[in-house]
Design a protein around this ligand. Sequence first.
Ligand code: TRP
Length: 450
Amino acid sequence: MKRSGFGSTLGIVLATAGSAVGLGNVWRFPYMAGENGGAAFVVIYMGCILLLGVPGMVSEFIVGRHAQANAPRAYDKLSGGRPWRLVGYLGIFTSTVILGFYAVVAGWCLQYLFASMAGQLNGDAAYVKDYFATFSSSSVKPVVLGVVFILITHLVVARGIRKGIEQTSKLLMPVLFVLLLLLVVASCLLPGAMRGVEFLLRPDFSEVTSGTFLDALGQAFFSVSLGAAVLCTYASYFSKTTNLVKSSVQIVLIDTLVAVLSGLMIFPAAFSVGVQPDSGPSLIFITLPNVFQQAFAAMPAVGYVVSIMFYVLLVFAALTSTISMHEIGTAFFTEELHMSRSRSAWLVTAVASLLCVICALSVGAMPDLQLMGLSVMDFCDLLTANALLPVGGLMACLFVGWFVPRQVVADEFTNQGTVNRRFYRAYLFAVRYVCPLLILAIFLHQLGVL
Ligand code: TRP
């Protein structure tokens, strides 16, 4: 059976950038920067993206594009029977777990989109805080909306690579970008906004601790979708002429630009009304609705539109990411269990929805749903970000650096010797030594050893 693939280079870049750009950029990056001294964090983060993000992404691309198969089969094909296919299985597991809890937050974004349209977020600070607490702990709404989000994801994935994933990314990514730019302008025009801009752009290295480096590394990892074989699966739909290095650089640049712009959207607005950059869910679901109201108190119509735009942006960013997490399992079941694409997609949707329901209830109506002292939601978050992703990424780098036949790596990296030959040696060095050691460092840190 002939495999389908992306139709154009633009489609490849936008779909993969869509996977990378997500709640990690718009929500996690700004509060991580907020907690770690602003610009100093941004500088270190960019170093990590360069050293780790680009080589890691190229490695997953090499495996996927060479094998032209779902993740376990791809690792299998390139390892000649050794048990590397486990890395592929790990990727499917990790992506599906992430999909389960990510959809909960994406469902909150949907609710806030509806609520901002209906003008329900108007009220004082206590009201907004109470609104979030009441909504997230209800036993019906967050559960239903999380599952609805997975169903929307399902509709896209079931339509296939070109008609589903590529078309959707081509539509949503430009809109996302325009919304982001408009919001950055609106935010930076507010009185006193410059203090927020300064916070993000003027490095203060006195706030940097040893943990900052590792936090920045971890954020880089999550943000470019590294370590869950998502990039490997997408690369299996790339054309043989796609320039892997160039595409990686473009995708990483888009991802980083969106992260920085998100900071420029959130901090100036927050500083303008004297709100400290807060952390966690409260930043986008409690602090920001307040900020919008206060900042645009003189022009409520503008505030109304701005908050709708913000939640549309979040929903779009989350959707292009959940699509990628969904696709990896769907591709596997289609090819290995010989099911139709639609049936495989239903299988992934069913498993992810079940997880999503449990996660949503664990942070709301059923706080007893705990694992190892954490709500199931926080447990899934911690398990994937702090353990499974580092292992997956480490394996991808070790695999390409040390086990894949050198000729295969060279051919994929340079498209049979036609491009990128100058960077090949540097890449090989990075992937054999630099990346594994850096990833190991994150991992040990997260285990509390380092
Ligand atoms: N990168 C996305 C974000 O920033 C999240 C994401 C999508 C992801 N696919 C992934 C994270 C695979 C890790 C692995 O929100």
